[in-house]
Design a protein around this ligand. Structure first.
Ligand code: NDP
Length: 355
């Protein structure tokens, strides 16, 4: 089978492409510009030579019919291309929302129009479409929707925080997915494919995409680098930053989840939160500092220590945002890497880059 992966040069998508190829699938990846395909084609050179990976350019995913050609001949789709906040200086929220929503609808429309061999379309949504920041600690599940960010965008427009724009874009895109699926696929009963949404929280772990320096890391790995690996970036943060908590998943486990979401019949029609669990930032620093000295000594500067007093009494740590993992366990059932494993592998990766 051939799987279409959109935004194939991205952090998560590069691992999804790798896992798909390793499992024997053929892959067609899309990128926005031809030069973005060079690194990918080099990294997967042996697969390109075998004719198992091709990379095509879809310049503007918001254009009507943008994916019409790309969907031809594929058996399933992993839709991952969507704007992620990097530098936003008061831009129009639509710069996030349009590509997120129109990209998702575009892929569905092209699939409906041009291909009857597709069996499943997996859309990478986000926990951003599920949870809202609440004063009290809370556990969210797949029944929850982040309506708040949509309202905040209505009220604040350009002034909204970049993360609010991103969170609204992910919520609106996933809502558009389910609406389209209900109205055009389920009700009409005229197509053979179904859809699934995956809702990961913060994704960490080693990157295999094109990375030339720390400043070119994708957004979430850059945050991890700044907290856990870079003494200058880490020491510029206030103590409260290290007390912040959230939930996470290793990028390799998330890639496995993407493959399983194609394969498991039960994933059809479901949104599934994909997380390993919760953390407070200081935990990652403690774990990094406890790595074998033979590894840590190879980093170009000593690892930041943060504020170890935060985690001195583990029983008093509060994780503000947790997720119910029952559906993930039932349908995808994958074993997830621990913070220790992810930290070791990420530090090893940074060291191997000479950082
Ligand atoms: P990356 O920044 O590494 O990848 C983003 C991909 O989307 C790139 O291929 C990028 O292309 C493409 N893209 C960005 N903006 C646009 C646009 N306007 N039009 C078309 N393509 C665009 O990020 P991730 O790998 O982290 O993110 C991949 C997906 O996973 C996204 O949908 C994101 O929302 C989702 N996600 C990520 C999480 C995380 O913690 N990392 C958590 C939950 C969900 P280009 O290189 O050309 O910019």
């Amino acid at each position: 089978d051939t799987i279409l992966v959109t935004g194939a040069n991205g952090y998560i998508a590069s691992w999804v492409v790798r896992r798909l190829l390793e499992k024997g699938y053929n892959v067609r990846g899309t990128v926005r510009k031809a030069e973005k395909s060079e690194y990918l084609k080099n990294y997967f050179e042996s697969y390109v030579k075998q004719g198992r990976l091709e990379v095509v350019v879809v310049e503007d995913i918001t254009k009507e019919g943008a994916f019409d050609e790309a969907v031809k001949g594929v058996h399933a789709i992993e839709h991952m291309a969507s704007p992620v906040p990097v530098n936003d200086n008061g831009g129009d929220p639509e710069e996030f929302i349009r590509p997120a929503v129109d990209g998702t609808l575009g892929i569905l429309k092209s699939a409906l129009k041009n291909n009857s061999a597709i069996k499943r379309i997996v859309v990478t949504s986000s926990s951003a479409a599920v949870s809202t920041v609440t004063p009290e600690a809370r556990t969210f599940s797949e029944v929850d929707w982040n309506e708040l960010s949509i309202n905040e965008i209505r009220e604040q427009g350009r002034q909204a925080h970049p993360m609010t724009k991103y969170r609204a874009s992910k919520t609106l895109a996933e809502k558009a997915l389910w609406k389209f699926y209900e109205e055009n696929v389920k009700k009409e009963g005229r197509v053979t494919w179904d859809v699934a949404a995956l809702n990961p929280p913060f994704v960490y772990g080693p990157g295999i995409q094109e990375i030339s320096s720390p400043s070119t890391l994708n957004a979430t790995l850059k945050v991890w680098y700044d907290f856990v690996y870079s003494p200058s970036a880490s020491s510029a943060k206030p103590k409260e930053a290290f007390e912040l908590s959230n939930s996470w998943v290793d990028v390799r486990d998330l890639a496995d989840a993407h493959v399983l979401a194609l394969e498991k019949v039960e994933a059809g029609g479901e949104r599934i939160i994909v997380t390993q669990g919760a953390y407070v930032w200081q935990e990652w620093l403690d774990i990094a500092n406890a790595l074998p000295s033979s590894l840590v000594e190879k980093s170009s500067s000593p690892l930041p220590k943060g504020f170890p007093e935060i985690t001195a009494q583990p029983q008093s740590l509060t994780y503000k945002i947790r997720y119910d993992t029952a559906k993930k366990q039932r349908i995808l059932g994958v074993k997830y890497r621990t913070k220790e494993e992810t930290t070791r592998d990420t530090v090893e990766d940074f060291v191997s880059r000479g950082w």
